[in-house]
Design a protein around this ligand. Structure first.
Ligand code: ADP
Ligand code: ZN
Length: 757
């Protein structure tokens, strides 16, 4: 490509009837510039290019190839990069749509489809150095190395253990051998350094035994047949198939259907994406995929947040080059650069973790539906507790509903009992009701397993002084600090602030300071004291920080070494433990009284999913739900596994108050370290919108956010609801670009917001 550089500093004014490209520069917001393309150079939409900007050159992405330009002083493109580093046209279109819909800069949207690690490493990966063993020195020499150059010895041993090429960086990671060490070995002729490409495959050390497909039962068969009808490859001008919503109770064999549908797509020579809510919490699902496709294991790419940059880079190229045709991952995997996409599955489609909480604030499920539409491929959304949005789309005829009403092998759904804690608490047995206690006792005697859920980690929720009423608060956020007993620390669950737990009240110095409220750590403590001989373990975000401990606990639970597992909702997802016959929900009310119109929906989903962990084996399961508001609809409908009933009453409420799914909710967040400036900016913005908002807009007043202060920032909210969201997004982009906010005020737009705190 070097001849091009001859042109790069000249202006291309003279070009007549030539070709031009519209280029968005990396890290430039939404600014787009035109460049001319020399005649002999191939270029297409989505190509990565290097272009001159003043005296430098920078990288950018081609949005469009045209035959004319309005710009003057157009310069030539300096270089068109190798084609495998670009964005494919469908993904480019997706990014453009995303910027428009979510009111974010186009460059932010492009960063989702072309991640930073691909852009950064694309220049270096040809130069990436790899090393291989040429000849192992004699034992005498090795003995000498052991004394004088232990790193050289370690490097040789590592290369000997794994024949073939190894990246120098990988070698350094394993043995601490620097480039200098490698050079020393090269000089002696023991190793050779090459610049060949090496793939870092994070699962290369794993072995999976092939697991053949199961024979589907009658209900599964009906669903599978319908899905297959949508899997027929389509002509480029044909309409996209309608997305499916698969509503199947917990343990009804949805995952088996995903696996067989993906198998079908692979046989057609096409590819598939499977989205899961949070990949590190669904190890069983990943294992099932890897075993099912064990014969072609290299075809499964798993994208998750624990990959190193290098691994992420290599997985991306493995997908892009067509070597991996199945991608499993959390929300960002929806942008996997697969060609010939045949199916996108979104498991647990109701999960809020599909929503990205930073720009671009997209919803993984909604992007899946759009991508399916753009690439004319089938989309299968699955859940035991569909979101109201998706079920509404069924009622509107936008999605086709598929239903599985019974569990595999006719296993019964667990029996759910609601325990009125208002009666219990009089009896002074605060955390575990007597009925739950008896049930736990029985399980221990029968050597069956139990899970206890509480959606709050830590030991107690706060520390309160009985004398002056002072509650220990986070200095940066408007929340109380949580006491963690094992660490003897107070922790802010919002910003991570940590302080030593006080022995007396920090305000009045009274020693009568005590913990109030209950977290998972206290439940573990209490249960262990109640059942001293039982093995009790805890799984929550605190444990997850130590990845090995987390996996170990899951594994021990699976083989039956643990009697009672205490955890937060993170263990409610996708786990399958046949020996669990009892699930206890310590406090079902926790999420119910949040200032969020989805509070009821969330509670219904959580209770149903959690209850679904019980009775997956041969013994029927039992669930105890402890609540102070036992008659709230979310609790009563989940008790009877009655999604339709819950839907009927909840959708009425949404309709009456114009909440989603009848409108789109757009949340404007105004933050500032200065309270007054934040408030004034919020009010100014509200006034401005009230003046010339597009018609049909429901605009609420500017109010302090429920979480008024976070990370040292004061927060204000402005809630907008509309039926035509794209028009509102464009309007907001236009006015926000113009309004002169003070420098320390940050305004963000969240379209289809989920996080309302
Ligand atoms: P879901 O995804 O709906 O929770 P799964 O697909 O995980 O359900 O199925 C629950 C259990 O039933 C799994 O252990 C799975 O292997 C098993 N299973 C699913 N389909 C069948 C089938 N057709 N025959 C026998 N077992 C099945
Ligand atoms: Zn804080």
């Amino acid at each position: 490509m070097s001849p091009l550089e001859l042109h790069s500093t000249e202006f291309a004014l003279e070009v007549q009837g030539g070709r031009f490209v519209r280029v968005i520069l990396d890290d430039s917001g939404s600014r787009v510039f035109d460049y001319a393309v020399p005649e002999d150079v191939e270029v297409a939409r989505g190509c990565r290019v290097r272009v001159p900007v003043r005296r430098r050159t920078v990288l950018g992405t081609v949005l469009e190839v045209t035959t004319s330009t309005e710009a003057s002083g157009v310069r030539f493109v300096s270089e068109v990069l190798k084609s495998d580093a670009g964005v494919n046209p469908a993904l480019l279109e997706l990014a453009v749509w995303m910027a428009d819909y979510y009111a974010c800069p186009l460059e932010n949207a492009l960063r989702a489809v072309l991640p930073q690690v691909i852009r950064k490493l694309e220049m270096t990966h040809q130069e990436r150095r790899a090393v291989r063993l040429v000849e192992m020195p004699t034992d005498d020499v090795l003995a000498a190395l052991e004394k004088r150059a232990p790193l050289q010895l370690a490097a040789l041993r590592a290369l000997q253990a794994e024949p073939g090429l190894m990246a120098v960086a990988e070698l350094a990671k394993r043995t601490d051998a620097s480039h200098a060490v490698v050079r020393a070995l090269e000089k002696k002729g023991w190793v050779a350094v090459e610049s060949q490409r090496v793939d870092r495959d994070p699962s290369r050390h794993e072995q999976f035994i092939e697991a053949p497909p199961l024979a589907l039962n009658a209900e599964q068969e009906v669903v599978f047949h319908k899905v297959c009808e949508a899997l027929v490859p389509r002509a480029p001008d044909a309409a996209a198939p309608k997305p499916f919503l698969l509503h199947g109770v917990t343990g009804s064999g949805k995952t088996e259907i995903y696996l067989q549908a993906i198998q079908r797509v692979l046989e057609q020579g096409r590819s598939a994406i499977m989205l899961v809510p949070e990949i590190s919490l669904t190890p069983q699902t990943v294992e099932r995929f890897k075993s099912r496709f064990a014969a072609t294991q290299h075809e499964v790419a798993v994208l998750h947040s624990h990959l190193s940059e290098g691994e992420r880079h290599d997985e991306w190229h493995r997908i892009r080059s067509g070597k991996a045709r199945i991608v499993i991952g959390a929300r960002s995997a929806v942008f996997a650069p697969l060609e010939k996409l045949g199916l996108i599955v979104v498991d647990e489609e109701h999960e809020p973790s599909y929503k990205q909480e930073e720009s671009p604030r997209y919803h993984g499920r909604d992007i899946a539906v759009l991508r399916g539409f753009l690439e004319r491929c089938a989309v299968l959304l699955g859940s035991a507790t569909p979101s109201l949005e998706s079920y509404h789309n069924v009622k509107l005829g936008k999605y086709d509903l598929l239903t599985i009403k019974t569990r595999v092998d006719d296993k019964k759904l667990p029996y759910i009992r609601i325990i009125d804690m208002r009666m219990e608490s009089k009896k002074q047995s605060a955390i575990i009701s007597s009925k739950l206690l008896t049930a736990l006792q029985q399980r221990i005697e029968r050597r069956e397993q139990s899970i206890l859920f509480l959606n709050r980690r830590g030991f107690s929720t706060s520390m309160l002084c009985e004398k002056c009423g002072n509650v220990c608060q986070c200095p940066n956020c408007s929340v109380s600090l949580t006491f963690h007993k094992a660490a003897n620390r107070l922790v802010c669950h919002t910003c991570g602030y940590i302080a030593l737990a006080p022995t007396k009240c920090p305000e009045c110095k009274d020693p009568g300071i005590r913990q109030q409220g209950t977290g998972t750590e206290r439940v573990e403590d209490v249960v262990q004291k109640l059942f001293p001989k039982a093995v009790v373990r805890r799984l929550d975000a605190d444990v997850l920080q130590r990845k090995a401990a987390f996996r170990e606990t899951l594994a021990e639970f699976r083989v039956g070494k643990i009697d009672i597992l205490v955890g937060t909702q993170m263990i409610a997802k996708g786990l399958h433990f046949p020996n669990v016959t009892l699930v206890g929900i310590i406090n079902a009310d926790l999420g119910l009284h949040l200032p969020d119109f989805r509070a009821g929906e969330r509670t219904f989903q959580l209770l149903t999913q959690v209850a679904g962990r019980a009775g997956r084996g041969d013994v029927e399961g039992e669930v105890f739900v402890q609540s102070f508001t036992p008659f709230s609809p979310a609790i009563q409908f989940s008790r009877h596994h009655d999604f339709e009933g819950f839907w009927d009453q909840e959708i009425d409420f949404r309709r009456q108050w114009n909440y989603p799914p009848f409108t789109h909710l757009v949340l404007l967040s105004i933050r500032s370290p200065h309270q007054g400036r934040g408030e004034l900016s919020a009010q100014t913005l509200a006034k401005r919108i009230a003046e010339d908002a597009p018609p049909g807009l429901i605009l609420s007043e500017a109010t302090p956010a429920p979480l008024e202060k976070s990370h040292g920032q004061y927060r204000f909210h402005l809630m907008l609801r509309t039926k035509s969201v794209q028009r509102l997004s464009r309007y907001l982009r236009a006015i926000l670009d113009k309004l002169p906010f003070p420098e320390d005020v940050i305004v963000t737009v969240d379209v289809d917001a989920y996080q309302l705190m």
